[in-house]
Design a protein around this ligand. Sequence first.
Ligand SMILES: Nc1ncnc2c1ncn2[C@@H]1O[C@H](COP(=O)(O)OP(=O)(O)OP(=O)(O)O)[C@@H](O)[C@H]1O
Length: 341
Amino acid sequence: MISLTNLVKTYHTRDGQVTAVDSIDLTIDEGEIFGIIGYSGAGKSTLIRLLNMLETPSSGNVMIAGKNMNHLSNKQLRKARQEIGMIFQHFNLLWSRTVKENIAFPLEIKGVPKEEREKRVNELIGLVGLEGRGESYPSQLSGGQKQRVGIARALANNPKVLLCDEATSALDPKTTDSILELLVDINKKLGLTIVLITHEMHVIRKICHRVAVMEEGRIVEQGNVLEVFKKPKELMTKEFVKQVTEPEETEEALKQLFKDNGIGHVLQLTFVGGEAKKPLINTIIKSYDVTVNILQGKISQTQNGPYGSLFISVEGDKDEIDRVQDFIRGQQVEVEVIHGE
Ligand SMILES: Nc1ncnc2c1ncn2[C@@H]1O[C@H](COP(=O)(O)OP(=O)(O)OP(=O)(O)O)[C@@H](O)[C@H]1O
């Protein structure tokens, strides 16, 4: 659906040249929810704006639904943009228009007749769950409701692709989840391809099928969300995965435990899908001469299935602990020693 080849965006500023997007090659399939994660300044906003040509590439190609976006006339580009909806962190609504009028706006621009517009707006209000709020003004809505208006407006012209620019970053965790659930629902109902950028791994975990990690304008790692959670390769990816698997409280609790003498080896096990159902700890206790203590465990759901993370302390002879680790790895479970030799 989307294919980027050798895409570069360089800005010339008074302070010199800034390469915001640096030689990116990326393919996004039809109907998938693809997440791009990175810290501030990584180039995410520039990359997503290159997809609908809000920024023009310095070099390289952007292909969307078989069209080379670089080679379109202004008129063709306006038409192509109707197939790419976009939602924003701060909603970008028209404050002097009601909810219905905001949603109708792209239809007016396209020249859709009034009666048809009204029908479509009512459909969209139902789709995003804003029944009864059509005559309200944006200032009378909560953040979550404003984003629902943004989503309805973005979907008005039946786009093939929806771009989400930090769409939940201004929302509280509960509202974030309800908007993310709405995006999954729309993806399933309409088969829409969704590309989102975020700095929160929670967003990636909850709704994305695949993820790309951006650093200094480049994609440093990409893959199926579950695989990336199970085996992050780059340091940056590990940091993002930790946002979900090791929240701050876990880190603090473990640090406190490490201060105690005799805690032994602390292992972090990461398992996905069916592996979670194996009686791993039971087998270790029965088959090896070690004492096992469970410190903390967590299972989370992703779009590709569940993954879990378990912290255990293991005490015993060093060789025996090595054998335990070999056994765990043999079960296709990732294991990392996070304390002890
Ligand atoms: N219009 C511009 N002119 C000059 N430099 C820019 C422009 N837009 C972005 N940049 C620079 O490009 C780099 C990437 O910025 P970008 O906004 O794409 O990153 P980001 O990952 O989206 O970060 P954030 O989430 O903070 O917006 C930064 O160094 C930024 O200063």
